[in-house]
Ligand binder design. Structure first.
Ligand SMILES: [Zn+2]
Length: 326
């Protein structure tokens, strides 16, 4: 399948071909995903690369292929972490509908609509031309993260502000996980930062090109932040930035600690990244199913990353996430 490596706002990265361990049907679609209104046929080799009837795929077709592939990459990633196949939250009640994905609504929105069993990735514009959410990998990954976490923690999506903050953090982290799984993108992060992780990179920036001002390359959020925990804050996104910032600090410390012992910086980033991803995922899964808190999440991190307790205590202190045990 042909995908954007990160999206059109990184023209130097462009696109690449990925192989997915699943046979997608026309759409592309499978038991878990359907791109609404699209029925793109596979090419003569059964892939979604070359186009059909000697015609290359159109831009619309490629958007459907990109969206499907990124969501499938996210599902496969969590299948591996979870150790069993992810099922959508509505499957519990016997409805086996796939997740619907809308990629052609004209609006400024990207969202997961639990009741409609769908992800919406709109388009809007123009800055210079139309801007499509379905072309930006981290936004697709974020929305897929909502559907995944809703299947694992169904009470959180409409929970209190801290619960929803953890949801939004999980979704931005999903975008980071997707990057850390791919060595070419790890290499790009090293090139962008010169190995200095206190610098901005594709790993830290979310929604580049989709910010809320008129600048064409402004971003929505950044893992490089100094947001602190405030009790009873009204914004779920405030809490999500605290959590993502805290976890990025932890990742940087794991790398500095050189626990992964790889000389090649990109390989080291990827290797430390895998340890970090597994631990972070478990810290989410171990939280209360109804009313999780950031303090609880911090305590889970301390239990899971036992050998890094000093680092984590320091990170939690900086973010003002405190409890009796910290
Ligand atoms: Zn979200």
């Amino acid at each position: 399948m042909i995908i954007w490596k990160q999206g059109p706002f990184y023209p130097e990265l462009g696109k690449k071909i990925v192989e997915l361990p699943i046979n997608a049907k026309a759409g592309p679609s499978d038991d878990l995903i359907i791109i609404e209104g699209f029925s793109v046929e596979p090419d003569a080799n059964g892939n979604f690369v070359e186009g059909v009837n000697r015609e290359p795929y159109s831009e619309d077709d490629l958007d459907a292929i990109n969206t499907y592939a990124i969501i499938r990459i996210v599902i496969n990633l969590y299948n591996d972490l979870f150790g069993k196949a992810i099922k959508w939250s509505w499957w519990e009640k016997g409805n086996k509908d796939p997740l619907k994905v809308r990629i052609r609504n004209n609006d400024i929105n990207a969202r997961y609509l639990k009741e409609q069993k769908c992800i919406e990735l709109d388009f809007y514009g123009p800055f210079n031309k139309w801007t499509f959410y379905c072309r930006t990998v981290d936004i697709i990954a974020h929305e897929a993260g909502h559907a995944i976490l809703d299947s694992l923690k169904p009470m959180w999506e409409n929970g209190d502000t801290e619960a929803r903050g953890l949801v939004e953090a999980f979704c931005d982290l999903t975008a980071m996980f997707v990057i850390l799984k791919q060595i070419d993108l790890c290499e790009y992060v090293i090139m962008e930062t010169d190995g200095d992780f206190s610098k901005n990179s594709i790993l830290t920036s979310f929604g580049v090109g989709h910010g809320f001002d008129e600048r064409p390359n402004s971003e929505i959020r950044n893992a490089l932040n100094d947001k602190k925990y405030i009790r009873n804050h009204e914004s779920a996104y405030h809490y999500s930035e605290v959590v993502v910032g805290l976890l990025y600090d932890l990742l940087c410390n794991l790398i500095i600690d050189n626990s992964c012992n790889e000389e090649i910086k990109s390989v080291n980033l990827r290797k430390c990244g895998q340890i970090w991803i597994a631990g972070v995922f478990n810290a989410f899964i171990s939280c209360d199913s109804e009313k999780p808190t950031l303090v609880e999440f911090g305590n889970n991190l301390l239990e899971i990353f036992e050998e890094y307790n000093d680092i984590i205590k320091q990170c939690l202190k900086v973010r003002k996430i405190l409890s009796g045990t910290v």
